[in-house]
Design a protein around this ligand. Structure first.
Ligand code: MTE
Ligand code: HPA
Ligand code: MOS
Length: 757
């Protein structure tokens, strides 16, 4: 069941874009980018750069034969700057040379004359200045304005959450080469082959069928290659098209960090109202999203923030407003959770602050307000097979929460400098692209005459094990050994109009399309088998472990022979099938609908220890009861959960993206941007919620890619609780990431001390 790429990864056999054997005469590209966050371009002087030996060409926006436009949702982003630049790192010119270093050296000789314009990096300031990406949106449930009266406790506050660098191991890159007839082939590290194809066609003024995009695998994507793999592929395509030569463009790590967008930082205001029984009656929240200088996927991400603004709680009266603010930073983009984590962090913060005021542990409020069956979300959908309560209860029991609490209490009583904290983090995450039309996929299955099988889908392998899952689907439907099945590259000529592999839907969408394609072929095979075995109908025959069974009895007819006979009899051994998630829709005018096929639930318990002298801390453990549905690959799914948890903890704790007031990224290398490593990683125990299945998912499983990321939010509050053990009365601000530096400041800051009750 292992992700079958693993052995190749370990032996170094796996190929990434920069490893693929390339056509002869390959040239190399380096991107020259803006050094100003906001400025008019008065003049670009290429003369010195062009003189560098080995330079073949330098392209600017003027060289684009088609439309200089790469915006996916909103057409507001150019491939190469024209008369102005809006962030540091914005591509201005592409230098093509015999090798990358020469191209880079030449780029350093390009001189641009700028006229500086005011720089805004803060979303609230951008909002005040009227700089919005799109009109703000509001989700409403119940009667928020008239329900504050029935609340005994009303707490207001603000919450900050930071960006996050994707840090995929393989940086952005692509190579392109010309093909006969004026077309272009592109090998790209993208989650969205069709986006690369569409945009390159637009840039080159070609019909889409003249642009073929091929993806072998990604060295990680995490959302960073859903939209932002496109420009580099389009640039390689542009240069290759203009020069009629193969061109490779690989971003060096630092350039990748400077030029690409990250998780969106948010600044948010909340107001929460709770009655005397501890029920949340009302919740009002406003999200200011820091979009960066162009829309990219920001509006879709903001929408998911709204969808998940109440996390796994039922709140009868909700008013959630969200606005995407345009700033002079690289356009921020998709990142695991897609805005969901930002929304959930705010409600968890609101509950934490309310608990503080009520003198309770936050878990008492959390537990009392968990979703039940048939509860309505602010967007109209109701829960179905809701597993909020059961995962919470199982977590309490399985991990002996009372023992944990006793031990923490004892530890804190005995230690003055070290303090421990515990938190609960329940999650509820909707599965489907929130843009309904994207919930489609197709698969192309070939059975070759030797019985081996090839399968192509829209799914992109990025380390999440999708290829192994697709192979399992084929192996299961045909009942053949999995070694017979090979997944092919993701290719726009074999599979057209692909949705990105994103929203955790890869296995469901592509798995179901694959299942259908195999079923079509299997039906043909059964027909020929029935004929050979003289069965009266295909309902009597079945393939079990590569052998045809007739009325439950094993026959002599084996898989390979069956395939040979089918071919001789001129049966179709190939099938293309399509799948579209049924029943999902959303009405943006009413802000109501049924956007998700289903929800994923779970509850984690997180423990942390803080050194209250130094501000350093250790996340000790994360224990989670997670709802995997009926997992058909527990090993991969567990790996996904563990990886997501660590990535979520990183976002909440040590990963800090810092731009200075001029919009310059200060954390542009691994010396200044810290990510979790094995020493950081806590003990992680992920247990499968028992007796869960899911008719909406492939083989009754549930999507796994993103949901467990949000357990990481519990890390913030575990640290916060440890801090509170040290300073019980301090009213500390909520601002993620909770770096050791910030923890230290909070331990000794002069914040308002609460009046003792
Ligand atoms: N796991 C690995 N190893 N590498 C990745 O890039 N991306 C995550 C998640 N798990 C990612 C990963 C994100 S953001 C998503 S949306 C899903 O995988 C996408 O794949 P799936 O739809 O097949 O789950
Ligand atoms: N998730 C991830 N990517 C997306 C989505 C989504 O809901 N919608 C559009 N792109
Ligand atoms: Mo994942 S953020 O949907 O690529």
């Amino acid at each position: 069941m292992k992700n079958y790429d693993i052995e190749r990864h370990v032996t170094g056999e796996s190929q990434f874009v920069d490893d693929v054997i390339t056509p002869e005469g390959m040239l190399h590209a380096y991107v020259f980018y803006s050094e100003k966050a906001h400025a008019e371009i008065l003049n670009i002087d290429l003369s010195n750069a062009e003189k560098v030996k080995g330079v073949k060409a330098i392209f600017t926006s003027k060289d684009i034969p088609g439309e200089n436009q790469i915006g996916g949702i909103i057409p507001d982003e150019v491939l190469l700057a024209e008369s102005k630049v809006e962030y540091i790192g914005q591509p201005v010119a592409i230098v093509i040379a015999e090798d990358q270093l020469t191209a880079k050296e030449a780029a350093s000789k390009i001189k641009v004359k700028y006229k500086k314009l005011p720089v805004i990096t803060n979303p609230r300031e951008a909002f005040k200045a009227g700089q919005m990406i799109a009109p703000q949106r509001t989700f409403n449930l119940g009667d928020p304005d008239n329900s504050w009266n029935s609340c005994k406790y009303i707490v207001e506050g603000t919450v900050e959450s930071g960006g996050q660098e994707h840090l995929y191991l393989e940086t952005q890159g692509a190579f392109a080469y010309p093909v006969e007839g004026g077309g272009i082939k592109i090998v790209s590290s993208t989650q969205s082959p069709t986006a690369v194809q569409r945009v390159t066609a637009r840039i080159l003024n070609l019909p889409m069928h003249k642009v073929e995009v091929d993806v072998l695998r990604l060295g990680g994507g995490f959302g960073g290659k859903e939209d932002q793999a496109t420009p580099w592929a389009a640039m390689a395509g542009l240069a290759s098209f203009k020069l009629n030569k193969p061109v490779k463009l690989i971003l060096p790590r630092q350039e990748d960090m400077i030029m690409t967008g990250k998780r969106h930082p948010y600044s948010s205001d909340f107001k929460i109202g709770i009655n005397k029984e501890g029920k949340i009656i009302c919740y009002e929240v406003t999200f200011y999203q820091n979009a960066g200088a162009a829309a990219d996927l920001s509006t879709a991400i903001l929408e998911r923030t709204l969808f998940h603004c109440t996390n796994s709680y039922y709140i009868p009266n909700v008013k959630a407003t969200a606005v995407s603010c345009k700033t002079n930073l690289p356009p921020n983009t998709a990142f695991r959770g897609f805005g969901g984590p930002q929304g959930m962090f705010v409600i968890e913060s609101a509950i934490f602050k309310a608990a503080e005021k009520m003198g309770l542990d936050p878990s008492e409020i959390q537990k009392k307000n968990l979703l039940n069956e048939d509860d309505q979300f602010p967007y109209g959908q109701k829960t179905e097979n809701c597993h909020s309560g059961i995962t919470w209860k199982n977590a309490e029991e399985k991990y002996s929460i009372n023992t944990i609490r006793d031990e923490v209490k004892k530890f804190n009583a005995e230690n003055n400098i070290f303090k421990k904290g515990v938190s609960f983090m329940p999650i509820c995450f909707g599965i489907s692209f929130t843009n309904t039309s994207m919930n489609q996929a197709s698969a192309l299955v070939h059975v070759y005459t030797d019985g081996s099988i090839s399968v192509s889908t829209a799914a992109v392998e990025m380390g999440q094990g999708i290829n192994e899952k697709i192979r399992q689907v084929v192996s299961k439907v045909f009942s053949v050994n999995i070694d017979r099945v090979k997944t092919e590259t993701t290719n726009t000529t074999r599979i057209a109009n692909t949705s990105p592999t994103a929203a955790s839907t890869g296995a469901d969408l592509n798995g179901k399309a694959t299942e259908r394609a195999c079923q079509h072929i299997l039906r043909q095979l059964k027909e020929i088998a029935a004929e050979i075995l003289n069965a009266s109908s295909i309902t009597h025959v079945e393939v079990i472990d590569e052998v045809v069974h007739c009325d439950g009895n094993k026959s002599n007819l084996k898989w390979e022979e069956l395939i040979k006979r089918a071919h001789l009899k001129r049966f179709n051994l190939s099938s293309h099938a399509f799948y579209a998630t049924p029943g999902v829709y959303f009405d943006q005018e009413k802000e109501k609908g049924n956007p998700f096929a289903y929800h994923v639930y779970g509850t984690a318990i997180i423990e942390a220890t803080v050194d209250c002298l130094r501000g350093t801390y250790k996340i000790d453990s994360v224990k989670a009861i997670h709802d995997f549905g009926k997992s058909f690959n527990p090993l991969i799914d567990k790996g996904q959960a563990e990886g997501a948890i660590v990535q979520g903890l990183g976002w909440m704790t040590i990963e800090e993206v810092i731009y200075d007031e001029n919009g310059k990224l200060l954390t542009d290398a691994l010396s200044t941007y810290k990510v979790p490593d094995i020493h950081f990683t806590p003990d992680i125990q992920v247990d499968f919620l028992k007796n869960s299945d899911n008719l909406k998912g492939i083989f009754k499983s549930k999507a796994i890619g993103e949901p467990p990321f949000m357990y990481g939010i519990g890390g913030y509050f575990a640290i916060m609780n440890a801090l509170k053990a040290f300073r019980p009365d301090a009213d500390l601000p909520i601002s993620a990431p909770f770096t050791p530096e910030k923890v230290l400041m909070n331990l000794y800051s002069k914040v308002e001390e609460k009046q003792p009750a």
